[in-house]
Design a protein around this ligand. Structure first.
Ligand SMILES: Cc1cc2nc3c(=O)[nH]c(=O)nc-3n(C[C@H](O)[C@H](O)[C@H](O)COP(=O)(O)O)c2cc1C
Ligand SMILES: O=C(O)C(=O)c1ccccc1
Length: 386
């Protein structure tokens, strides 16, 4: 029996204990049926008319895999190396804030599930559970990164980065595309702001610098804490020169998330960052922005192998990952798929969504004639305009 068949049998066998639908569309539908309208749309909806969210998918559709034959793909190796650590698959859990709106255990359950299978977890600044509690839910040797929303009170930003380093995180992801929330029509219709109920601000409520700015501690005056949070959450005044400030406060590798323009990739290199994540935030920020997969090739050219380039926005199946990697991404991040798994079945749901994605990737690699991530390049793809 070939290794490929073993993967299939294992997946079929595990289906007996299935807790979530296998297809992405059915997964999303099941989450819609389970969740209340406001949290469901907070996760599922994108900015404006959702043109960019659609473009993310259409972008993948316009690349086609041209499989190779007779390549002996019995044994495959999906591992990649990032900042000196080998991860078993080229997949990470994207930073997603306020996960407690879909499941009370939120980020803790997701981090536990992901890292137990070797999938790095990127912990969001906007988590309900603090970065220390998320780290405590994972094994010491597991790979985890911390995502920074750079507060307009920069001492808070510095404090969070230092806390992350102390708690054992391996890298800092600075998200650049969300100094403020975009025009999200569903959330406006639903007047939905979970932060006002104290959700998604766990990292602030436990931050010594944040708390030192308050008149009363958060447990005595949550409204005061939330009000201050709303004043300092975003920082639209940042410029490239500010990066130096965070670099001074950490020895961890720094990645910039939300890069779409090749000139920004150039600036990232000039400012000495360690990695780039090509992303349009899953279509949740600039509606009308270029699809992340369409932005990727030019950025890969500019970066020219100097630092790792990762991508996210619209990854739904194994073939999407093969396409992103063939176009030069080192690894991909997934967002909504694992959040729907969390909504439906807590850590078991996250586990199953990731397991399915990995098995799909593994089979797609084998059937495309590729046995290692290193073998993926543009020659496997053809662009088909429709
Ligand atoms: C509900 C939700 C919350 C998010 N919160 C954050 C966040 O706190 N920080 C961040 O950098 N990105 C955040 N993102 C964006 C993701 O990291 C990622 O870029 C995006 O989800 C990828 O697209 P996908 O959902 O199509 O996989 C969020 C996305 C969703 C769906
Ligand atoms: O909703 C988001 O996309 C996001 O990035 C975010 C921003 C602030 C708090 C929580 C999530």
């Amino acid at each position: 029996m070939s290794y490929g068949n073993q993967v299939q049998f294992k997946v079929y066998k595990e289906q007996e204990k299935a807790v979530v639908p296998v297809s992405y569309e059915e997964l999303e539908q099941a989450a819609k049926e389970k969740l209340d309208e406001s949290p469901y749309y907070y996760v599922a909806a994108s900015a404006g008319g959702e043109e960019t969210a659609r473009a993310n998918r259409e972008g993948f559709h316009s690349w086609k895999i041209v499989p190779r034959m007779l390549c002996d793909t019995r044994k495959r190796d999906l591992s990649v190396e990032l900042f000196g650590k080998t991860i078993p698959y080229p997949i990470l859990c994207a930073p997603v804030g306020v996960q407690s709106i879909v499941h009370p255990e939120g980020e803790i359950a997701s981090a536990r599930a992901a890292t137990s299978m070797g999938v790095p977890f990127i912990s969001s600044t906007a988590s309900t559970h603090s970065l220390e509690k998320v780290a405590a839910a994972t094994a010491d040797e597991s790979v985890k990164w911390f995502q920074l929303y750079w507060s307009s009170d920069r001492e808070i930003a510095a404090s969070m980065v230092q806390r992350a380093e102390k708690a054992g995180y391996d890298a800092i992801v600075i998200t650049l595309d969300t100094p403020m929330m975009a025009w999200r029509e569903k959330d406006i219709e639903n007047a939905y702001l979970p932060f006002l109920m104290g959700q998604g601000i766990g990292n602030y409520l436990e931050d010594p610098v944040f708390c030192s700015r308050l008149e009363k501690p958060p447990h005595e005056d949550l409204v005061g804490a939330v009000t201050y949070w709303s004043q300092v959450f975003g920082n639209p005044s940042l410029t490239w020169d500010d990066l130096q400030f965070i670099k001074m406060h950490t020895s961890l590798p720094i990645l910039l998330k939300g890069i779409l323009h090749p000139d920004d990739a150039k600036l990232a290199l000039e400012h000495g960052v360690d990695g780039i994540i090509v992303s349009n935030h899953g279509g949740r920020q600039v509606d009308g922005a270029i699809a992340a997969i369409d932005a990727l090739p030019e950025i890969i050219d500019v970066v020219n192998g100097e630092i790792p380039v990762l991508m996210d926005s619209g990854i739904r199946r194994g073939a999407d990952i093969v396409k992103a990697l063939a176009l030069g991404a080192k690894a991909v991040l997934v967002g909504r798929p694992y959040i729907y798994g969390l909504a439906l079945a807590g850590d078991a749901g996250v586990n199953q969504v990731l397991r399915n994605l990995i098995a799909d990737l593994d089979l797609t690699m084998a059937l495309a004639g590729k046995k290692s991530i290193r073998e993926l390049d543009k020659s496997l793809l053809k662009r088909v305009e429709r």
